[in-house]
Write a protein that binds this ligand. Sequence first.
Ligand code: NDP
Ligand code: 8X3
Length: 255
Amino acid sequence: MDISGRTVLITGASSGIGAACAHHFNAVGCRLLLVARRLERLDRIRTDLASESGDSVLTAAVDVRDKRTFEDWLTSLPPEWATVDVLVNNAGLARGLGALHSGSIDDWEEMIDTNLKGLLYVTRAVLPRMVERGSGHVINIGSIAGHEVYPGGNVYCATKHAVAALNRALGIDLLGTGVRVSSVDPGLVETEFSIVRFHGNVERATAVYEGLKPLSAEDVAEAVLFCATRPPHANVRELILMPSIQASANHLVRG
Ligand code: NDP
Ligand code: 8X3
């Protein structure tokens, strides 16, 4: 399906999968609303995209945990930007990798507030107009961590299991409305994800991907674009995308 001219809102577009989605949707002629906390990063991406294909990108420094700021930003968009056709719920993070009994409650709150509550706030703000119009598409970035658990993954896995549950529940709530919901659930993707998980410890983050070929952010963005370009009668509900060296959250080969 041709989606050129459609408006795509991507959360967490300043890095990794979100930034790659911005490039992929831009390449097929979409108009982009890009949000994340780091505005200078978003503006750099906007400049790159403008040099690729004109200027149809709006950026905003928005923390998805702050529902009021998100709603205010959304409602203050100029009328020509007010119709969101595709929402990519991508903003998310892991913090820490260790046993629950020694975990950091601050880390847990950050993951729950971002991955779960932030996704809910954004979706709640965007969906009503999609339902009113009888068209639209919500694409959630879940994870293999929403299907399985792994040692030390506890709270991150719980947030991604919650995203998987919400994805399934939303599909039921939206049945017959003309609004589609999909989830793209990757295995290991090399982005800034592990640097964030290990609170800036680059050495530890690099070790995660050592000796193996993980997915790239572009691989995931292609899958997201695949979901968004299905014809109206078809919908991808859950798409699990793994690197070939990974069979499950706990089974991968190095070297
Ligand atoms: P990155 O760290 O590269 O990107 C994360 C993005 O989320 C950044 O743009 C960051 O922007 C944004 N973000 C984080 N917190 C907030 C917030 N409170 N408000 C707004 N934006 C926020 O990691 P990935 O690209 O890998 O992660 C993207 C998604 O993919 C996440 O949901 C992650 O759980 C999921 N995922 C990742 C996998 C992987 O192996 N990398 C595998 C499976 C799923 P900023 O800091 O500027 O706000
Ligand atoms: C990110 C991939 O395997 O670290 O969701 O949970 S994993």
